[in-house]
Design a protein around this ligand. Structure first.
Ligand code: CP
Length: 316
């Protein structure tokens, strides 16, 4: 069996193009499985997975749980609210205690960038925990690798091979883990990437990642084959980056009128949750151009592939 070059999925950074293609190809096989009348396979029958969410989630949390159950894994769910984290227990102590219950894999969402990398490193110091694989389900403004992989899968499903495809990532790039993981993933697959948004929401380092930068939405739409519309992450913004949501929607929001000005059809994506009427209007989000719910559907197959490929990877 082909295998990944990594033992944990901490980010897209650190993966090879072979890793990404292996995940996407394996996900295709699992997509076929979950479209059968019997959607379950016994692949992870002896594996126990803990889903640990220190930050809110709908899509990622439920999609991981469903992927684990479709693979016949045993699943436990932890959310920081209502846990002993409120009594001062550290992240490492919390995870060591969960792993002591014979848990094999940890899926973790955490508000702090780098938390999964820190955890993977710290667990090596504890013989009873060093066996565990860590999967990053989104760490602050850093990475969201499974989102980028399901996005790449969804583009490939609609447009074929990604080599030379033009993808514009539009919106709050500064606070987006989806943007960074998408940039790494799309570049590994040979796509061209542009980021578009107000100057205040485009980090200065982003050009060093080999992406084009555009501040005019219509120019970005004219350039791209795919527009991935990102949410304005008001909960992460400490400053005022634009005068008002109304003005943001006017200059950077996607609506039917702007799409109709293009003389071509482009694919519209959004990782969710959507701020309807801000970065995208309902008539676009719910239109035939949009593959937003396909992304969600594909998330289960992609996460099945990741769990399957990482299960059994032992500490070296
Ligand atoms: N796309 C995404 O990560 O959504 P959730 O925050 O609902 O998991």
């Amino acid at each position: 069996m082909e295998s990944l070059s990594v033992r944990h999925l901490l980010g897209i950074k650190g993966l090879t193009s072979h890793d990404v293609k292996l995940i996407l190809n394996t996900a295709q096989q699992f997509k076929d499985v979950i479209n059968r009348p019997i959607k379950k396979v016994p692949s992870l029958r002896d594996v126990t997975v803990a889903n640990m969410f220190f930050e809110n989630s709908t899509r990622t949390r439920l999609s991981f749980e469903l992927a684990e159950k479709r693979l016949s894994a045993d699943v436990i769910n932890f959310s920081s609210s209502g846990s002993s984290v409120s009594k001062g227990e550290t992240l490492v102590d919390t995870v060591n205690n969960i792993l002591a219950m014979k848990v094999d894999m940890i899926v973790m969402r955490h508000p702090n960038p780098g938390a999964p990398v820190f955890l993977a490193r710290e667990l090596q110091k504890y013989p009873k925990s060093a066996h565990a694989q860590i999967i990053n389900a989104g760490d602050g403004t850093h990475e969201h690798p499974t989102q980028a992989l399901l996005d790449a899968f969804s583009i490939r499903e609609n447009l074929g091979d990604l080599i030379g495809k033009k993808v514009a990532i539009i919106g709050d790039i500064m606070h987006s883990r989806v943007a960074l993981s998408n940039i790494y993933c799309l570049k590994l697959l040979g796509a061209e990437v542009m980021v578009c948004g107000p100057t205040t929401l485009i980090p200065k380092y982003i050009g060093s990642l080999g992406v084009k930068i555009e501040h005019n939405l219509m120019k970005a739409l004219e350039w791209c084959d795919v527009a991935n519309m990102l949410r304005i992450q008001l909960e992460r913004q400490q400053l005022k980056y634009f005068p008002s949501l109304r003005e943001y929607a006017l200059y950077f929001g996607l609506n039917r009128k702007k799409l109709e000005l293009l003389n071509k059809k482009i694919l519209i994506m959004h990782p969710g949750p959507i701020n309807r009427g801000v970065e995208i209007t309902s008539d676009v989000a719910d239109s035939g151009h949009s593959i937003i719910l396909d992304q969600v559907e594909n998330g289960v197959a992609v996460r099945m592939a990741i769990l399957y490929l990482l299960a059994g990877k032992t500490a070296s």
